[in-house]
Write a protein that binds this ligand. Structure first.
Ligand code: BGP
Length: 470
């Protein structure tokens, strides 16, 4: 007997700007990620050309045996001006995609917002740094619910609000005399939370049978040693990195310790009348979790200055520079864990720990919306890709999910590894690949974009066929 429920969703994930291409086609305008990724990495104008090849890709999904597919909708395809007139060609594209998925018995799981803010809204009022985004975001959600809500049962509001807050490269903040960078971050986070809650509320009103939640980036935090100072640093880091967001999404409140922190650091966001009631009302139906690794931290002395994380974008082992959060914690490596070339620490048990920490506290259904290992894959002369390292990673993570379900009573209803197909890595272009399906291109050479099934494709196919027994 498999320990995965019969209705378990066996999925895989992608995001529009990373996979679609056609970035200025059929009425689409540019998003902030089209602009920020393009100069340095493979540009998003072609990506994996999923926009033109989605039928071929869905055939591969069918062959893989997927019962769900998580993808995102490009705001700029639906509303090229960020608001106002609907671009029918954009709606048509997603209608075809959704219909094709359903025809093949694949449940669509739709991310509404995956980093790709319309440039026009960034230029007009600074995107999520202004409350003006809230009505625009809600209007965009309304279009999606009205156009696709008859066929989409699962919606994800915002991808990785936590990482947009924690990672320096996902949202650009500017030094201004009026507001410190810290204050800007907390303002943005509050505005995003209100936007998320408004989307949940609207979904509940318009689509009472649908389920909606966020896709939160989570990493459990460990102390470097059992020195109580390190343990305290880890608890504080866990609050700042995870519980802060979970409390907003699941209990509609600011964690008391975070309220104290924000007061002390003069970064309390502006909370307007009605915001907290809305955030409470807009509680999510489930949580989507993006899990890749865990974090380890130690305490900092009063003399140590804060320092932003420098991420490894080159795949050169050891080039990450860990962050120091003044007065709270500093990141360090975990001697018990192995890492990939991008210094991401591989920690399957960490997934079980995180599932438990979240579920035992909130008892809300969970779905893994991302999990995977980026690496360099090579196509052999006879068109094979031997990605055993990826199989090993996913196998161990699935084992931990299974243990969380069976031994810990955690309700996990689906697994969407990142990614279904090779696509542009947000930080490292096509050098760092994640897919079950190989796409024949590099950052600089587009080639024929032919698809090839990797060894992990056949492995996952077996897993799905046996409902997780393999
Ligand atoms: C998550 C994002 C994805 C994807 C993934 C892998 O944070 O939601 O969009 O990019 O990370 O990250 P990377 O591409 O940087 O390796």
């Amino acid at each position: 007997m498999s320990s995965f429920p019969e209705t378990f969703l066996w999925g895989a994930a992608t995001a529009a700007y990373q996979v679609e291409g056609a970035y200025l086609e059929a009425g689409k305008t540019l998003s902030v990620v089209d602009e920020s990724i393009a100069p340095e990495y493979a540009d998003t104008s072609i990506a994996s050309d999923h926009y033109h090849r989605f039928k071929e890709d869905i055939c591969l999904m069918k062959e893989l045996g997927l019962t769900a597919y998580r993808f995102s909708i490009a705001w700029t395809r639906i509303l090229p001006n960020g608001r106002g007139a609907i671009n029918q060609a954009g709606v048509d594209f997603y209608n075809q995609l959704i219909d094709e998925l359903i025809k093949n018995n694949i449940e669509p799981i739709v991310t509404i917002y995956h980093f790709d803010l319309p440039v026009v809204l960034q230029e007009e009022y600074g995107g999520f740094s202004s409350r003006k985004i809230i009505p625009d975001f809600v209007a965009y959600c309304r279009v999606l619910f009205e156009q696709f809500g008859d066929r989409v049962n699962y919606w994800l509001t915002i991808n990785e609000q936590s990482n947009m807050f924690l990672l320096p490269y996902l949202i650009s903040f500017t030094e201004s005399s009026e507001q410190s960078l810290l204050k800007q971050k907390y303002e943005m986070n509050h505005i995003m939370t209100v936007a998320h809650a408004s989307a949940v509320k609207l979904c509940h009103e318009l689509l009472p049978d649908a389920k909606i939640g966020p896709a939160l980036g989570v990493s459990p935090v460990y102390p470097k040693t059992c020195n109580p100072k390190d343990v305290l640093a880890a608890e504080k880091a866990e609050e700042l990195r995870n519980t802060f967001f979970l409390e907003l999404y699941c209990n509609g409140q600011y964690l008391p310790s975070m309220q104290a922190y924000m007061k002390e650091h003069d970064c309390l966001p502006t909370i307007e009348v009605g915001d907290m009631a809305l955030i409470k009302e807009g509680k999510c139906d489930f949580l989507g979790l993006n899990y890749y690794d865990s974090k380890t931290v130690e305490h900092v002395t009063a003399l140590e200055r804060g320092k932003e994380l420098v991420i490894n974008t080159s795949g050169e082992v050891g080039s990450t520079e860990k962050e120091v959060v003044e007065g709270i914690y500093k990141g360090c490596s975990n001697p018990y864990l192995e890492s990939n070339d991008w210094d991401w620490e591989i920690d399957p048990e960490g997934l079980r720990i995180t599932l438990n920490r979240i579920y035992q506290r909130y008892q809300i259904p969970l779905i893994i919306t991302e999990n995977g290992l980026g690496g360099i894959d090579t196509l052999t002369e006879n068109n094979q890709v031997h990605d055993d390292y990826r199989i090993e990673y996913l196998k161990k993570h699935l084992e931990q999910i299974q243990l969380a379900i069976v031994q810990d009573g955690v309700a996990v209803f689906g697994f969407c590894p990142w990614s279904f197909i090779d696509l542009i890595s947000t930080t490292s272009g096509f050098r760092k690949r994640y897919g079950f399906v190989y796409v024949d291109r590099t950052d600089t050479e587009v080639r024929e974009l032919t698809r090839y099934k990797k060894d992990s494709f056949y492995w996952y196919q077996g897993v799905i066929r046996s409902n997780g027994k393999r």
